[in-house]
Design a protein around this ligand. Structure first.
Ligand code: GLA
Ligand code: ZN
Length: 679
């Protein structure tokens, strides 16, 4: 459980502004200039030391804290707080050369060399001992420093390793999970292709094999890898907590990252932090950003989170690095706040002169203060001071969408009927909610569902018995569920649930799937839905009803005349089951029906491209209007609201607000109830 004193906002009220700061790349003279410019930009928090191990400990046991002492003091004198990082993400060359076992091994068995970052084996006792030693030294030295605001453990944990040390840990983890070799054989279905293990020494990491690897083994490996990294995080967290019990501890997450189950990670840290780089070349990247923000907010039950890293303009990770056009950085920052972020931070404060990321934009670009980027950075810092009262408020959603790492790993498993992308499928379910300004939480099927009126379940291939039971109880007591094909197919060990498809959902959907079949990427089928036609692709279920009514029917193809979508009233609730992947317009119409059924309304209706999101607090509700489009938009705003950014006080009933492209408005109004079409 998170201790409330650990909430980072207790130490840093208001909306926090800042970025990664790498002073070891610069001279003392520059530090002084940096601190002065940070004040000018409204910076209140900097992440320091993320990659500083070789500067802090240039040789084994030789600690050099002098430079950091000075930096901490300078920052404090300028009223800037520090998110001090443990440097485990980039072990120094001496450690790897003196103890080669700290380096990781990739799946092909090749040892990874030094010269980049994240080159550590998470099982290495030497690595753990050394990274913890320097973490402890930092905690002891700076635990009482007045600039210290929080601990940042490592950076974007993502390493996977296939060395023998990891193999041994994998066996321990498997014994713990399955209880015995006998049960492991059963859960992994090792009778298939003669994989039965007769001794634990035969069990190993899923290294390259002749054909396809056993999917249950691969799934367990992914679970294990996430847990192994989490162990490293936890051990350092505990050191920091023991020395500074009052200081929040966290690490930074990545957007749509498959390598760590953040649902489990979030439970172990004091606040959630996200690094996100929406690509300006992708016209819809603000929609997937919204999804990631909702996920971050939901991971800790609505607690404010930190946008720990974003780019002020170009990043240096894509083959083509477009700049952010005027106003777009500001827009993206407000979007994160709208979805519950109480911190807007960047990678990084000052652009590096050298190294792998020298062309990554920064708050302070190579070209200095006479730049558009700098001006936008300073302006945003100023503006955020006007939004202090918003910090600590949160969203309230009547709808939840399911996102689950284990399901992600399993449903993209080997030799499935077709290649499915979980990110793509979830995005197709989230986008129509986003376009309608429906406030949405992101949960797993293990979460408490009682507060929601509608749960959207994009292809939940894995379904445990407990999850199926909870879902059924939720529906019977009045909940609405929209669930897509290839759901409820296997148990948590990736074994097909007996009794026919979808085994886990047979009692829920009011029908069954006789057979499912993928569609080639260029093949579409027609679907008739309440008198009008749409098309669908990717997948077709051969559905028969057993209690459900047919909402849509295939009108061509080999399933012509058969059901494509079922609607099943069960107890006081309703389950809608999609047996195919509807086109965007089809999905839009489907959502209209389901939302009306569940009596869920939009926060506000807005023209295309304009997003409306609301945060609620004791003082009132804050409606963010964000124009992601390329055209100015007219929005009829609710009565009695005041616009906080322009200082325009009264917005009267029926008033129209014009939002230029990339513009933002924040309307304060009386506290609103959760969006409800019955109200
Ligand atoms: C990540 C890392 C940073 C930096 C940025 C730049 O988020 O955490 O160290 O590499 O990306 O894209
Ligand atoms: Zn290893």
């Amino acid at each position: 459980m998170t201790n409330p004193i650990h909430n980072f906002t207790a130490r840093l009220p208001g909306i926090v502004y800042g970025g990664d700061y790498n002073p070891d790349q610069w001279t003392r003279e520059t530090w002084l200039e940096d601190a002065a410019l940070m004040r000018q930009a409204g910076v209140r928090l900097v992440s320091v030391g993320v990659f500083s191990w070789s500067s802090l400990e240039p040789a084994d046991g030789q600690l050099e804290f002098g430079w950091l002492d000075e930096v901490m003091d300078i920052l404090h004198e300028h009223g800037i707080s520090v998110n001090l990082s443990t440097p485990n993400a980039a072990p120094p060359p001496w450690l790897a050369t003196e103890h080669p076992e700290v380096l990781p091994t990739n799946r092909e068995g090749r040892k990874i060399a030094i010269g980049s970052r994240a080159h550590f084996c998470p099982s290495s006792a030497v690595y753990r001992e050394r990274s913890q030693k320097i973490a402890r030294a930092l905690a002891e030295r700076y635990g009482n420093h007045p600039a210290l605001a929080m601990w940042h453990i490592g950076n974007e944990y993502h390493t996977q390793c296939f060395c023998d040390q990891c193999g041994a840990r994998f066996r321990d983890w498997l014994l713990d999970r399955h209880g015995s070799l006998e049960v492991l054989n059963e859960h992994w279905g090792t009778t298939f292709w003669s994989q039965r293990y007769s001794d634990w020494s035969q069990v190993d990491l899923p290294k390259p094999v002749m054909g396809n690897v056993n999917p249950a083994r691969e799934l367990d490996f992914k679970r294990f890898s996430s847990e192994l990294l989490l162990d490293c995080f936890r051990e350092e967290r505990d050191i920091m907590r023991a020395i500074t019990p009052e200081i929040p501890v966290l690490t930074n997450f990545m957007r749509f990252f498959p390598g760590a189950d953040y649902t489990r990670w979030a439970a172990e840290e004091d606040a959630v932090a996200l690094d996100i780089y929406p690509n300006p070349a992708d016209a819809e990247s603000h929609i997937t950003a919204a999804f990631n923000y909702d996920l971050m907010r939901s991971l800790k039950g609505g607690q404010p989170w930190l946008m720990m890293e974003q780019a002020s303009s170009a990043v240096s990770q894509w083959p083509l690095n477009l700049v952010k056009k005027p106003g777009r950085m500001r827009l993206g920052s407000f979007q994160a706040i709208a979805h519950g972020a109480d911190a807007v931070m960047f990678f990084q404060w000052r652009a590096s002169r050298y190294g792998q990321e020298k062309f990554h934009s920064a708050m302070l670009p190579h070209s200095g203060t006479d730049t558009r980027t700098w001006q936008e950075v300073v302006d945003l810092g100023q503006e955020l001071t006007q939004l202090e009262e918003i910090a600590g408020t949160t969203a309230e959603a009547a709808v939840a969408i399911v996102w689950d790492w284990e399901n992600w790993w399993a449903m993209e498993g080997v030799a499935h009927p077709t290649k499915l992308s979980y990110v793509d499928i979830v995005t197709r379910h989230f986008t129509p909610l986003w376009r309608r300004n429906i406030a949405t939480d992101v949960i797993t099927l293990d979460a408490d569902m009682s507060g929601y009126r509608l749960i959207v379940i994009p292809n939940s291939y894995v379904l445990s018995e407990a999850q199926a039971e909870q879902l059924s109880a939720y529906v019977r007591s009045g909940g609405h569920v929209l669930i897509s094909f290839f759901s409820g197919v296997v148990d948590e060990h990736d074994r097909v649930i007996p009794g026919g498809y979808p085994g886990g959902l047979l009692s829920l959907i009011g029908g069954r799937v006789r057979e499912f079949s993928p569609l080639p990427s260029d093949e579409r089928v027609r679907v008739e839905m309440r008198g009008s036609e749409t098309d669908a692709g990717l997948w077709q279920d051969d559905l028969v009803t057993d209690g459900a009514t047919v909402l849509a029917t295939y009108t061509d193809g080999y399933l012509e005349g058969e059901a494509a979508i079922l609607r099943h009233e069960l107890g006081d609730g309703v389950v809608t089951y999609l047996g195919t992947q509807l086109s965007e317009t089809g999905m839009d119409r489907m959502l209209d029906t389901v939302l009306a059924d569940a009596q869920v309304a939009a926060v506000l209706e807005t023209p295309a491209g304009v997003e409306a999101v609301e945060r609620h607090g004791p003082e009132g509700s804050y409606l963010f209007l964000l124009n992601h489009g390329q055209h100015s938009a007219e929005i009829t705003v609710p009565p009695g609201a005041a616009e906080l950014l322009s200082g325009r006080v009264a917005v009267v009933a029926g008033d129209t607000l014009t939002l230029e492209p990339a513009a933002v408005a924040v309307l304060k109004r009386d506290r609103q109830p959760v969006a409800d079409s019955r109200a």
